[in-house]
Design a protein around this ligand. Structure first.
Ligand code: F3S
Length: 400
């Protein structure tokens, strides 16, 4: 791999032990992946923040990096951690878990990372420009950034995203290269997409069918930001998809010649198969909305659905978002409406990375296929997927 003189200097320890270690990791990845050189990044987004996921070994590693002078040199944001940093008790989190989670956050803060704790960095100020090279590690945000924003990132691991933030570079391979952003398969969408949940089902179905590559969707007439956000999450959950195109919607869709590509039809039956695969028998006792973290518009939709109603006894409505969006929702009154109805609006964490099993629920209903994909293994709970209105109604008084 060719390194310029500054990169050679970092590798030789001229900028300290932490930067040297970060560069060593990136060079090793670059060599394995066949990168010819590094590329400068404009931002990073780091996953591996929940104490429940990284444990004591991860905590120790992060504290060592912070202690050894690791400092990020590009704007860097954090993925959700393992608890709401203020309302942790209401989630069933105990004091010792909290203490370790706070040490993780503090280690990142010492490295100069903005402790946003959200999987939607593009909604809280970490918004790259089209063509920017970035190093992001949250899979839904990676897919959204490549596809919807037109920024360029591979699906980084937490350590490689942090290393990229520390040296301001990442190896130039994969989706950083123009030729790898070309569509590899055409998805002929034959199902009608009526709700946001349908976009989640479509993403999940396509991830299952094609697994990897860069799908180009034909037949999608309209999609808003939140439709694309939830579809990105589902594509990356059931498959390893990190980029897609939609003509007339995503910025790079018109660049490519698609003649000769394989065509895969996805119809209503495929979406229904996914819904059935993610739905268990029985009555849900917890509704989770906000995978990926809710935008202000999504908070408003939930508020509209619960206004004047009550969450049923023994059930719960938990909504997940970033601190910044919650603050906006407090100003607009949406948070108050949800909480007056008996719901909770949590920040900094999500249903997949917090210790949800400690809260004592058995069956989660959600509009997000990604959440339903992971929660059975992370929290041992049953799941049901449904469009937003129905999902919320399942935990409300006189719901159904
Ligand atoms: Fe975000 Fe958690 Fe879903 S990190 S995309 S809310 S699994």
């Amino acid at each position: 791999m060719h390194l310029d003189s500054e990169e050679e200097g970092i590798l030789n320890g001229r900028e300290g032990a932490a930067a040297k270690k970060a560069m060593e990791l990136l060079v090793a990845i670059g060599e394995v992946m066949g990168a010819e050189r590094m590329v400068r990044v404009t931002s990073s987004q780091v996953s591996g923040v929940s104490y429940g996921n990284i444990g004591d070994a991860g905590l120790q590693l992060l504290e060592d990096w912070a202690e050894n002078g690791a400092r990020v040199r590009v704007p860097t944001t954090l993925n959700p951690c393992g608890m709401d940093l203020e309302r942790w008790k209401e989630m069933g989190v105990d004091g010792s878990y909290r203490a370790k989670q706070l040490r993780i956050i503090e280690a990142f803060r010492r490295m100069g990372v903005s402790t946003t704790c959200t999987c939607t960095p593009y909604l809280v100020g970490n918004l790259p420009k089209e063509g920017d090279h970035i190093a992001w590690s949250e899979s839904s945000a990676v897919c959204y950034a490549n596809s919807v924003i037109g920024a360029r990132t591979n699906r980084e691991g937490g350590p490689s995203a942090l290393a990229a933030a520390i040296v301001g570079r990442t190896p130039m391979y994969g989706l950083h290269l123009e030729e790898n952003r070309a569509p590899t398969v055409i998805i002929d969408v034959q199902a009608e997409l009526r709700t946001r949940h349908d976009f989640s089902l479509l993403g999940y179905a396509v991830g299952r069918r094609v697994g990897s590559g860069v799908p180009l969707f034909e037949g999608i007439r309209r999609a808003d930001r939140d439709d694309l956000k939830i579809m990105s999450a589902a594509l990356a959950a059931s498959g390893g998809i990190a980029m897609f195109h939609i003509p007339g919607v995503t910025p790079e869709a018109g660049r490519w010649q698609c003649r000769g590509l394989e065509r895969v039809a996805v119809g209503a039956r495929d979406l229904e198969d996914c819904r059935e695969a993610l739905t268990c028998d029985g009555e849900p006792d917890l509704c989770c909305i906000g995978c990926p973290h809710c935008s202000l518009e999504e908070l408003e939709e939930v508020a509209r659905l619960v206004k004047g109603r009550r969450v049923a006894h023994g059930k719960a409505l938990w909504v997940w978002t970033s601190k910044k969006v919650r603050e906006e929702g407090e100003r607009t009154g949406h948070v108050r409406t949800i909480e007056e109805a008996g719901g909770m609006v949590f920040t900094d964490t999500c249903m997949v990375v917090c210790p949800l099993e400690r809260a004592g629920f058995r069956h989660m209903v959600t509009d997000s296929c990604k959440a339903a994909h992971y929660v059975p293994s992370t929290a041992g709970m049953k799941t049901t997927v449904a469009e937003l209105r129905e999902a919320v109604s399942r935990v409300m008084e006189n719901g159904r």
